[in-house]
Write a protein that binds this ligand. Structure first.
Ligand code: ATP
Ligand code: MG
Length: 195
């Protein structure tokens, strides 16, 4: 009978072979999408990880939610972080299509500055997918800029309903499903967890 140690040794060989085969070093385009919770917070986890390596990080938020979020308060105190809140607000709050589009365009212009700066190791484009959904930005034009970014630079795009062209262009796509969310049971957005 095969022992646990033998089974683990076989598994180790398979894992080691896969690790040895992955030799490419370059910037990676990540998309965190889907209806489940965790798209933005996963991106902010990577911000912490990158800062821990001494990298410079830029975060551009395309939909301005609340301005008292814990992540913004924390990361703004960190050297090496450029944090830009670019959006005008939730579409159902502003109710002004022209203003939303103009705000998204300005946010994109700020993002473009970082996307051409090789000193910035990670760019987070938070809630950017809504800019495509509402037609504020053209996905092909955005992808053209992403393709020309510095070779070592990582980019994370978050937001629900990522367009297919963005998924196709990305190296890593996480489609986070919602099984349940406390909000559905009437729990308020709790500080420290939801914002
Ligand atoms: P988080 O910032 O918590 O990672 P997210 O980026 O995945 O969430 P968004 O659609 O950006 O999700 O949600 C913004 C806010 O709504 C956050 O406070 C988030 O926790 C909450 N939220 C996320 N998913 C759901 C959901 N399915 N139902 C209700 N609230 C949600
Ligand atoms: Mg989010």
């Amino acid at each position: 009978m095969i022992t646990h140690a033998e089974r683990m040794q076989k598994k180790k060989e398979v894992v080691d072979r896969k690790i040895a085969a992955a030799q490419v070093e370059r910037g990676v385009l990540v998309v965190n999408t889907g209806n489940g919770k965790g798209k933005s917070t996963a991106a902010f986890g990577v911000v912490a990880r990158a800062l821990g390596h001494g990298m410079r990080v830029a975060v551009v938020q395309f939909v301005k939610g609340r301005s008292d979020g814990g992540e913004e308060a924390f990361f703004r105190t960190q050297p090496g972080v450029a944090w830009h809140v670019g959006g005008a607000g939730f579409t159902w709050e502003t109710q002004d299509k022209e203003r939303d589009a103009a705000a998204a365009w300005l946010a994109w212009k700020v993002a473009c500055e970082h996307l051409r700066d090789p000193g910035v190791g990670l760019v987070v484009l938070d809630e950017m997918t809504y800019a495509f959904k509402y037609g504020w930005l053209d996905v092909a034009a955005v992808l053209a800029v992403l393709r020309c970014r510095p070779a070592e630079q990582h980019v994370i795009v978050t937001g629900r309903a990522a367009p297919q062209a963005l998924r196709d262009a990305a190296d890593t796509v996480s489609d986070i499903a919602m099984e349940k969310h406390a909000f559905q049971a009437g729990v308020k957005a709790m500080p420290g967890l939801e914002w």
